[in-house]
Ligand binder design. Structure first.
Ligand SMILES: Nc1ncnc2c1ncn2[C@@H]1O[C@H](COP(=O)(O)OP(=O)(O)OP(=O)(O)O)[C@@H](O)[C@H]1O
Ligand SMILES: [Mg+2]
Length: 352
C-alpha cells in the first residue's frame, strides 16, 4: 500500500480553490479535525510549485504559539528589531521571489505576530496564500479578520461523501472492499479521512482486513489504533469536566434523545454556546423524528475510540443522576435497554 494515499473526492473543492488562487488573494480552508484541510492545501502548493511558483509552507502549533514569529521562523530568517521592524521584515521575507504562494497550516494556532504578518501579507496582496483553520477553534483576530473582513473567501471542507470514501479505500488498497466492509467503513468514519486511514491501517495490521481473490474482506469487530487513541486522548484532555461528562454519556449510550442527554448530564445545554469545542459540532448529529431530537456521534470509530479511551474517566466518574424515566428513555436503537448498560465496569462498553 502506498504510504501517501492518492487524493480522492475533492474535485469540486479543487476547482473552487483554483479559482480563488487565480482570481483572488488566496483562500481559507476550514473544517473539523481530520477532514483533509492540510492535505488539500499541500496539494495546491505542490501544484503551484510544479508551475514554477515560489512556495513556502508554515505550520502553527500550540507549542510555537508562545514565541513571537514562532510559526514563521523556521521558513524565514528575520533579524532583530522592534515589533514594527520585525513585522515588515517578516512580511518582505515571506513575499520574496516570483509568483509566491504561501501555505499556512492550522492558522488558528498562530502566535499574534505571525498572524499579523499573514494579515499584512494578504492585505498588501504581496503573495497568494492558502490557509487552514479548524472550524470553531478560537483564532487570533488577525486570522479571523481574513475572512470576516472579506480579504479571503472561506471554504468549509466537509468529510468525504460515501462514494468517495469507498473510492479512497479501494485506491489505497489497490482493490475494492466488499459491500459489507464498505458499509461498515462508512458507518464508522462518516468520511473523516483521518479516521478512515487509521481504521484501515489498524485493521490491516490486525489481519482482519484481507485480500481474498482481489476483493478486500473485513471480518470481526474493529479495533482502535494507537494513533487514534492518542489523538482522542489529547483532545479529551482539553475538555472541561462538564463537557467531558456529556461526551462520556453520549459515547457510551448514543444515540440518545436530546432531552435524555440533558437529563442525564443535568445541564440545560450540553455546552454554553460559546464554549462548544470545534469537534463537538462535527462529531455529533442531531436528528429529528417522531420521538423528538436524537443526538449521536457521527462516526462509530470516534465513539469507539472515546469509549476505549475512557477507562479512568468513566469508571471513576460519579454515578449517573436519576435514572431516565421509561418515557424519556424511549428506545432509539434496537437496544431498548442501552440506557441501563451505559456505565461500564470495564473500559469497553457492552454492545447490546
Ligand atoms: N481527499 C483525500 N484523499 C486522500 N487522503 C486524504 C484526503 N483527505 C485527507 N487525506 C488523508 O487523511 C489524513 C488526514 O488529513 P489531514 O491531515 O489533511 O486532515 P486535517 O483536516 O488537516 O486535520 P487536522 O485538523 O487534524 O489538522 C492525512 O493522512 C491525509 O493525507
Ligand atoms: Mg491539518
Amino acid at each position: 500500500m502506498p504510504a501517501a494515499w492518492p487524493l480522492v473526492g475533492r474535485s469540486k473543492e479543487w476547482e473552487f480553490v483554483a479559482d480563488a488562487m487565480g482570481r483572488q488573494r488566496g483562500i481559507v480552508l476550514a473544517g473539523a479535525a481530520g477532514v483533509g484541510k492540510t492535505r488539500l492545501a499541500r496539494e495546491v502548493l505542490q501544484a503551484a510549485a510544479r508551475r514554477g511558483s515560489t512556495t513556502r509552507w508554515a505550520f502553527a502549533s500550540a507549542s510555537a504559539r508562545g514565541l513571537p514569529l514562532g510559526a514563521l521562523s523556521p521558513i524565514i530568517s528575520v533579524t532583530d528589531g522592534n515589533p514594527a521592524q520585525l513585522l515588515r521584515h517578516a512580511t518582505d521575507a515571506l513575499a520574496a521571489g516570483t509568483d509566491v504562494v504561501v501555505g499556512v497550516d492550522d492558522a488558528h494556532l498562530l502566535d499574534e505576530l505571525s498572524a499579523l504578518v499573514l494579515y499584512q501579507l494578504v492585505g498588501a496582496g504581496a503573495a497568494k496564500v492558502i490557509v487552514t483553520v479548524r472550524t470553531g477553534e478560537p483564532a487570533p483576530a488577525a486570522v479571523t479578520a481574513l475572512w470576516e473582513g472579506s480579504l479571503l473567501p472561506r471554504l468549509e471542507i466537509q468529510p468525504l461523501p460515501e462514494a468517495a470514501t469507498a473510492e479512497l479505500v479501494a485506491a489505497a488498497l489497490g482493490g475494492p472492499v466488499d459491500s459489507n466492509g464498505t458499509a461498515k467503513l462508512w458507518s464508522m468514519t462518516h468520511g473523516n479521512a483521518l479516521f478512515l486511514r487509521q481504521l484501515v491501517l489498524g485493521e490491516l495490521d490486525a489481519g482482519r482486513l484481507v485480500d481474498v481473490g482481489g476483493v478486500w474482506r473485513w471480518s470481526g469487530a474493529a479495533g482502535v489504533s494507537p494513533v487514534l487513541a492518542e489523538l482522542v486522548r489529547a483532545r479529551m484532555g482539553g475538555l472541561t469536566d462538564q463537557a467531558r461528562e456529556v461526551v462520556d454519556v453520549l459515547a457510551l449510550g448514543e444515540p440518545l434523545g436530546t432531552e435524555l442527554l440533558v437529563d442525564l448530564t443535568g445541564k440545560k445545554q450540553p455546552y454554553g454556546r460559546r464554549k462548544r469545542p470545534a469537534w463537538w459540532a462535527s462529531s455529533r448529529t442531531v436528528t429529528g423524528g417522531r420521538r423528538g431530537l436524537r443526538t449521536r456521534f457521527m462516526g462509530k470509530y470516534a465513539e469507539t475510540a472515546l469509549v476505549s479511551c475512557a477507562p479512568a474517566g468513566c469508571a471513576a466518574r460519579s454515578p449517573p443522576r436519576a435514572p431516565p424515566t421509561p418515557a424519556a428513555a424511549a428506545p432509539t436503537t434496537p437496544c431498548a435497554a442501552r440506557s441501563s448498560c451505559w456505565i461500564p465496569t470495564s473500559p469497553r462498553t457492552p454492545r447490546c
